[in-house]
Write a protein of this length. Structure first.
Length: 164
């Protein structure tokens, strides 16, 4: 996906968000994740997983929950630059995503299997080592053609055998 969509949506002379650069060195080893609580028109939680040199992103419609019986709707959004993992602050009125952003959680994530093909297949299982989100989670793309157009996923906590 790259950062074209991210950069096209934003005016970097008006928003404090990072522009992002494809020149950011790939860091070996641990992969970062963040959740940013974003009080935009509708409050949501942006889950971002470092993968392939960018932050793959989903807007989770409600606060993530440890309750494994609850599946949270997660709308896939444009890739964000890795620098975005540090971002907190206010996106000005009339700009894309206007509203306050707080870092709600941050840490590292470990995919069960190679992350890029898992993402393409629409099923990611992973471990989170955050301050709030820990243990095993899954992101699963919703099935039918109409939902796929919107790139709708479900975020869920895994327990039992799945969570082992
Ligand atoms: Mn957002």
């Amino acid at each position: 996906m790259g950062l074209q969509r991210y950069q096209a949506k934003r005016h970097f002379d008006r928003t404090p968000e990072p522009r992002g650069s494809s020149a950011v060195a790939r860091r070996a080893g641990r992969l970062r994740f963040v959740v940013q609580k974003h009080a935009a028109t509708t409050l949501h939680y942006d889950l971002r997983l470092e993968m392939d040199g960018v932050l793959k992103s989903w807007a989770v419609t409600k606060e993530p929950t440890e309750d494994s019986s609850v599946k949270r709707l997660a709308v896939r959004t444009e890739d964000h630059p890795v620098e975005y993992a540090e971002f907190e602050g206010d996106i000005p009125e009339r700009e894309y995503g206007a509203g306050h952003v707080d870092l709600w959680d941050q840490g590292t994530w470990i995919p069960d299997e190679a992350a890029v093909p898992s993402l393409r297949r629409g099923k990611l299982k992973f471990e989170l080592k955050g301050r709030r989100m820990k243990g095993r989670w899954a992101l699963v793309r919703m099935g039918n053609a109409s939902t796929r157009k919107k790139d709708l996923w479900l975020l869920m906590k895994l327990t039992g055998e799945d969570g082992a």
